[in-house]
Design a protein around this ligand. Structure first.
Ligand code: UD1
Length: 417
């Protein structure tokens, strides 16, 4: 397994660009299965999850070609409406093919994703919504067999929680279903707005994306288009926290600072200097961060995928912080690894109490998931001595060359395969 080796102590300085958002690009690739033809996405990050989604689309009969940050997807007239376990298990986001496959093929066989690194992660809201649109499901030997032989029809769907994946699945299905679909208590993430923009450019009629109620008028007449993926606020946020934890001064370009309002405001509360303009933000790290409490929530709340990186920062704060995680029951799995580096963190249910220490101390640790892996790298940047972050393949799922980019900013960091 790859490993990232960090020698702590260097304050990061300079300018770094971010790529397109993984969590938007993955679903925008899936939008291609709604209509045959040649689709193009630009600003697509070169990360492992994109390769996995490409494998899934190829399995379904699409052809894909990558050139730089552009991805061409050629969708055939006839798709193979299947998502096998080996792909779904490696990337839970594969479940988002369910709605579009049912809408365009009238059937789908998708292996049930089950839980993952972050906990149980049910898909009940995806299924309830699609049932309201006329789909029927049977579970056969771990594979979900979905049918909608008379096509999907629009429906009013209330989500009990603003699930990102369920909103996207239903938006994709609703775009080509017969009639009107409303999604009430929809997720409001910028990636959802980007997906709606993509679908609307294809000829769909989606209104209200980015608000709690999304209205969709289905149409059979979508066209392939070219679409530029929205910048990755999670990559930008990770570099911002990296600047803060090293007491550095970093400008992040190619990002949309308004997508990180809550996270930047919390960073300011730690004493970091935050400046922003159109397409860039600049973070100047405090010598020692102040403690800050935060709670993860759906957008525009503090993003759960920036929680571990922020906890790494707070682990060297001058005081005690309290963090509440509201999205995932297993998100705190990295705490044991951070504690091995000297952090003083205790957890109880969805709460963590972080008693800031003056120093962390480098040692071998293992990345339990994408964002926790990034958090351990960030802790290594601040720690005394050398940190070995093993299982770095998790980090590769969501970051394009994290070590290389941090090195450009002055970190002493290397990767070993
Ligand atoms: C997406 C992101 C992930 C991010 C998350 C929350 C992608 C590929 N992944 O995941 O990085 O952390 O949004 O911002 O875009 N839930 C149910 N039933 C459902 C669906 C969800 O109980 O049918 C629960 C989940 O277990 C979780 C919460 O709702 O506790 C939020 O999940 P959701 O918003 O759906 O996240 P994902 O789309 O899976």
């Amino acid at each position: 397994m790859p490993e990232i080796i960090v020698d702590g102590g260097a304050a990061l300085r300079g300018t770094i660009g971010v790529g397109g958002a993984k969590n938007a690009a993955l679903k925008e690739m899936v939008a291609a299965i709604l209509v045959p033809g040649r689709h193009r996405l630009t600003n697509v990050p070169d990360i492992a999850d994109i390769t996995l989604m490409a494998d899934l689309l190829i399995h379904m009969g699409c052809r894909l070609q990558r050139e730089g940050d552009s991805l061409w997807i050629v969708t055939p007239e006839q798709l193979r409406p299947e998502a096998p376990l080996e792909l779904v298990r490696r990337m839970r986001a594969s479940i988002v093919v369910l709605g579009p496959l049912l809408a365009s093929c009238g059937e789908a066989k998708v292996a049930l994703p089950g839980g993952d690194d972050l906990g149980a992660r049910p898909i009940d809201m995806h299924l309830d919504g699609l049932r309201k649109m006329g789909a029927e499901f049977r579970l056969v030997h771990g594979v979900l067999h979905g049918e909608a032989h008379n096509g999907l029809r629009g429906a009013e769907i209330e989500l009990s929680f603003p699930s990102v994946g369920a909103t996207e699945n239903l938006m994709l299905a609703g775009a080509v279903a017969k009639g009107e679909t409303s999604i009430v208590n929809a997720a409001r993430e910028p990636e959802i707005v980007d997906q709606a923009n993509h679908l609307n450019a294809m000829g769909a009629s989606i209104r209200g994306a980015g608000t709690p109620i999304v209205h969709i008028t289905g149409t059979p007449d979508l066209q392939p288009v070219e679409h530029n993926v929205v910048p990755d606020r999670l990559e930008a946020g990770t570099f911002a926290i990296a600047a803060a934890i090293t007491g550095g001064d970093v400008t992040v370009t190619g990002c949309i600072p308004s997508h990180l309002r809550m996270e930047l405001s919390k960073l300011e509360d730690t004493g970091a200097m935050v400046e922003k303009g159109e397409g860039w933000l600049r973070i100047g790290g405090p010598v020692r961060p102040r403690p800050v409490d935060f709670v993860t929530l759906p957008y525009p709340g503090f993003h759960t995928d920036l929680h571990p990186q922020m906890v790494a920062l707070l682990s060297v704060a001058d005081g005690t912080s309290i963090v509440t995680e509201n999205l995932y029951d297993a998100r705190f799995r990295y705490v044991g690894e951070l504690s091995r580096m000297g952090a003083d963190i205790s957890t109880e249910a969805q709460h963590a109490v972080i008693r800031g220490k003056e120093e962390l101390s480098g040692c071998p640790v293992l990345a339990p998931d994408i964002r926790a892996g990034a958090a351990l790298v960030l802790a290594g940047l601040r720690a005394d001595g050398r940190t070995y972050v093993g299982d770095a393949h998790h980090i590769d799922r969501g970051y394009q060359d994290l070590a290389g980019k941090l090195q450009k900013l002055g970190a002493t960091i290397a990767r070993s395969e």
